[in-house]
Design a protein around this ligand. Sequence first.
Ligand SMILES: Cc1ncc(C[n+]2csc(CCOP(=O)(O)OP(=O)(O)O)c2C)c(N)n1
Ligand code: SF4
Ligand SMILES: [Mg+2]
Length: 351
Amino acid sequence: MTFLPKPKLHHPKLATNELGFNRRDYEGSISTLCAGCGHDSISAAIIHACFELNLPPHRIAKLSGIGCSSKTPTYFLGNSHGFNSVHGRMPSVLTGANLANRELIYLGVSGDGDSASIGLGQFAHAIRRGVNMTYIVENNGVYGLTKGQFSATSDKGAKNKRGLANADEAIDLVAMALQLGATYVGRSFSGDKEQLVPLIKGALTHKGAAFIDCISPCVAFNNHVGSTKSFDYVREHNAAVNFLDVMESREEITADYAPGTVEIVHQHDGSFLKLRKLANDYDATDRIAAMNFLQTHHARGEIVTGLLYVDPDSDDLHGALDTAEAPLNGMDEAALCPGASALDRLNASLR
Ligand SMILES: Cc1ncc(C[n+]2csc(CCOP(=O)(O)OP(=O)(O)O)c2C)c(N)n1
Ligand code: SF4
Ligand SMILES: [Mg+2]
C-alpha cells in the first residue's frame, strides 16, 4: 500500500482541544484514494468527531477489512492502534481485541463488499453479540477497489457504468442491524458533514454495538446517471429524520427548547444526545417503528438518514459474559492460569 506521510507543520494558532491536541494530531497519512471519493469525507468526519470529543488518540483502536474503504484508517488517527485485517474479517478481529482489552475505544471501518458479501456472517454476529464498537460501513454500492462490480447493497435495477442493470435485490444493512439488536443505528451521507459528525460522536460515546451505514459515492465507478449511490441521487432522495447534536456531560443541560421538539437521550458515559425532530413524531427509541419507517420510505424511493434507533439502556458483550474488567495483558500468570485444581473444580461442576 502506498504510504505518503503528511508534513507535520501547522499554523501556530490552530485551535486545540482540552487535551492540547489540534485537528492535525488526529490525521493520518496522505490519502491515495481517487480525488472526490466519498470515503475521504468520512475520514474527515471521523477526525472532526474524535478531536471534538477530546479522545486521546492512543486510546482508540481502528480496525478494517479490505477495500478502498478499509484502506482509509491509514488516512486518519495516525497515532492510534490500527489493524488492517483480511477481507470481511474485521468484525471477528475487533471482537477478539475488545474481549482482550475493553479499555480501548473500538472503531471498525468496512465497505459494502467487505460487510454485505464476504463478511456478512461476521457483521451479523458482531452486531448480535453487542460488541462495544462503532461500526461504519462506507457504502458505495460497488466493489471500488476491484474496479466497480455491483455489491450486495446495490439496488435492484441500479445501472452500472456500462448501463447494465443490477438483477439482484439489495441487502439493507441498517434493516439488518435493527433486526440483529444493534443498540445505536444510523444512516448518513458522506457529503453531509453536519449530520455525519454528531452521528459518529454519538456512536463513539455509546455503549454497545453502534452501526452507521454511510452512503459514500465512488466517483470512479458509481457516480453516473442510473446509479442510486451517486452524489446527485442521494442529494435528491435524502429524507433526514432528525437534526443531531452531541452534548458532553460537563456542559450544563438547560431546558430552553420547546417541549415535544427535542429528545434527550442519556448515554452511559454521562453524555447526552440531543435530537431535534424534523419528521413529525419520529421516536428514535422505538426499534419496530424504526424498521417500519425504513421500509415505508424505501418503498417510496427515499433514503432515510439520521439517528434511526438508539437504546438508552444498552449493554455490551462484556456485560453479557460478565468478563473481568482488567485487560488480559495487564493480568499476572496466577490470574490468567488459575491452575489444575481450578480446572478440576470447573469440570466437576459440569458433570
Ligand atoms: C478473500 C478475498 N476475496 C476477494 C478479494 C478481492 N477484493 C478486494 S477488495 C474487494 C471488494 C471491496 O469492496 P468494498 O468492501 O465495497 O470496498 P470499496 O473498495 O468499495 O470501498 C474484493 C472483492 C480479496 N482481497 N480477498
Ligand atoms: S475506486 Fe471508488 S471507492 Fe475506490 S478510491 Fe476511487 S472513488 Fe473511492
Ligand atoms: Mg464498496
